[in-house]
Design a binder for this molecule. Structure first.
Ligand SMILES: [Fe+2]
Ligand SMILES: [Fe+2]
Length: 166
């Protein structure tokens, strides 16, 4: 594959990924406004854009490895977000005095290091036969194993705000 095609795939992957999340967010807004059928449409299109994004990522060279390699990549990405990327974003938001954005970035930074821990644990015990569900805080992205906490330890969201991933 030429470098040019590689770049086009990377571009299409990023665009479709964004479109997917954007449509899913449009769906949430439609739901809040009482348009459940339109919300369904946005969710369906979000899913379709996600199909495109997956397809392109699988075609890109060297992006998807073995599960062990992917765990290591995912671990490194979380660490980078926690120690390099978010601290810069937090500094800028603090300088601008935007407290809402600062809170969102700060909570995400804290959550990323916890994601890294989950990956590390999985890497250390890939053949474990322990099965657990995960509960994801829909406000800040904190992940709890086994059951949802009464309150999110990062953002204080109530138990109802956790989504089970099995
Ligand atoms: Fe993360
Ligand atoms: Fe949270």
């Amino acid at each position: 594959m030429s470098g040019k095609t590689e770049k086009k795939l990377a571009y299409a992957f990023a665009a479709e990924s964004k479109a997917s999340v954007r449509n899913a967010t449009f769906a949430k807004k439609a739901e809040m406004e009482g348009y459940s059928q339109i919300a369904r449409l946005f969710r369906a299109v979000a899913d379709a854009e996600s199909v495109h994004a997956h397809r392109y990522l699988l075609l890109m060279r060297g992006k998807i490895g073995s599960t062990e390699e992917n765990l290591e990549t995912a671990f490194q990405n979380e660490i980078r977000a926690n120690v390099e990327e978010y601290p810069k974003l937090i500094k800028d938001a603090a300088e601008e005095g935007n407290r809402t954005v600062l809170k969102a970035f700060s909570q995400a930074r804290d959550v990323e290091s916890l994601h890294a821990e989950l990956y590390k644990k999985a890497l250390n015990d890939m053949v474990s036969d322990r099965e657990t569900d995960y509960y994801v805080c829909q406000v800040c992205g904190y992940i709890s194993e086994d059951e949802a906490p009464q309150r999110c330890p990062i953002c204080s969201a109530v138990k109802d705000k956790f989504k089970r991933v099995s």
